[in-house]
Write a protein that binds this ligand. Sequence first.
Ligand code: SF4
Length: 423
Amino acid sequence: MATEEKIRKPKIDPDWRKKEESFFEILKKYPTVSPFIITQIDVQRRGVHYTDAALARLDPAIHQITKPHFAVYEGRGIPTSLLLRDGTSIIVSETSTQTWRDPYLIDVVDGKTVLVDEDRIIDEVEYWEKPQFFDKTTSRGTPMKEVLDARPQRYSVSMSNYCHFWAVPGHGCKYCGIGAGGVRYKGKANERFNADDLRETMLELVKEKGRFVGVILTGGSIFSGNEPFDDELEGYIAALKVLGTVFETPRFPSQVNSTAFNRKQLERLYYETGLTSYTTDLEAFDERIYKWLCPGKAAYISYDEWKRRLYDAVEIFGKGQVNTGIVSGAELATPHGFTSEAEAIRVDLEEAEELASHGVGLKHDVWNVVPGSIFWNQNPPSLDYYVHITKGFYDILQKYRIPTYMDSYRKCGMHPNVNLDRI
Ligand code: SF4
């Protein structure tokens, strides 16, 4: 395990295992939650490191490879992410994000690539395979893997690589590493997508029949325009029109994850493009926490207005085609977050119920502490908190009969509560 020893290890609380229930205790406590989902949550929460033997199994001709932000593997690439035996994705591209708990280890034992904790094998894993277009370039010389990103199930377009909230001191979302890192794109040729590159890459992508079930378009917020966020809206409309050129049907499986557009903007997004589903993340299910975590968003769109826009979106796109998410765990950050996991769970589930009663679907991301974010060095909550929220959100979706297909395991794989639907 030579590689593990070379990895930069920030603050790990040596007693963290004594302070919370173990993975195996949580498996017993939640018998109706799939062990694969609990594994997904805990690995996303704690992160992974790779042994030399595990990295030697990475084949650039087959696998999707990411260069870590930190030189933890002496410049070598690592698997972009992992798959469990049942197809559950574990999104863990950044390896050096954990501060308070030991990460899991990916090792090779008896010829199998396995997930290990304290020398105990948890399960077998696979590395994501890359699509064929990743090795091609556009006529402008742009590597196609920089034009479209891919997960096992879907491909994605980064409409804008620069989030304008970071232009105003103190306005970036506090858990966000994307926005902080995106400043380097400001004013550059690749600040926004290029239509020619996108068209050519799509023509290659559709040759891989059966590989993808849909696309997500997302990117940084752009608050300029005749009214706030009109320029962001125009960017999504333009990108969707390019995507639509390769489909024979007027609508195609697609999702935009953007800033919350107003009703007029949402109607344009729906009627001028082939878009099928829409998501805009509240990020926290509490107004006070929202203002603290996302001061830029709050300066433009109040918490209640964000919710109203979600309700408008349900009327336009339909129930089951609109959802919202939180960065779960960030509402417990210090110094202004909730002081107990029980309180965070109670508030999250109450607000989730209110949203679902208006037809809005729910999803949550497992917060891991991202280097470069304002919350670097914070302490994410326990596995028990995450599994409780996962089950709670799923039960609410069932109660209000909100379908999960817009972000199901076949389309996304990121959100544990939505992934429960496959069981
Ligand atoms: S809106 Fe917030 S979460 Fe999204 S990219 Fe900008 S700073 Fe990050």
